[in-house]
Design a protein around this ligand. Structure first.
Ligand SMILES: [Zn+2]
Length: 140
């Protein structure tokens, strides 16, 4: 079993569109069919207008690091092999903000304001499913 297994997402009818798009290399979010709001986190109804209708919409995958921290301790054993690791709040170009990780550079080089682009980490679940976890790499 992969060390990450305990913290991997459980696929459901609500989130399957997000994970299917991720596996295809695209960051997608729910765009409200009534008011156009991009819903994130995934939700069964729009937080702005309460409409249940939406379409999975591909995003550019571009953003900037709004804030970040570096974890020096494994508060969950699933992350033990990754310590030290960063957790970044990424401001996406289209508006939503996502917690993720900046990858591809040492933690010491992560900066607030750094332009980043989504990058997917393939992960195999114990059940044999393949997931692609969105991370962010320096852009440019
Ligand atoms: Zn709406």
């Amino acid at each position: 079993m992969d060390a990450l297994e305990p913290v991997l997402p459980v696929l459901s009818d609500d989130n399957r569109g997000f994970w299917d798009a991720a596996r295809a290399g695209t960051l997608a979010m729910q765009r409200c069919a009534a008011c156009g709001h991009l819903r994130y986190p995934i939700s069964p109804i729009c937080p702005r207008c309460l409409s249940p209708d939406f379409a999975w919409t591909p995003l550019s995958g571009r953003g900037t690091v709004l804030s970040f921290v570096i974890f020096e301790h494994a508060y969950n054993p699933a992350w033990a092999s990754r310590v030290p690791y960063n957790v970044a709040l990424v401001q996406l170009a289209e508006g939503p903000r996502m917690f993720s990780n900046v990858v591809g550079i040492p933690n010491e080089q992560v900066r607030v304001g750094m332009p980043v682009r989504v990058s997917f980490e393939p992960v195999q679940t114990a059940g044999g499913s393949e997931l692609a976890i969105p991370r962010f790499a320096p852009a440019g």
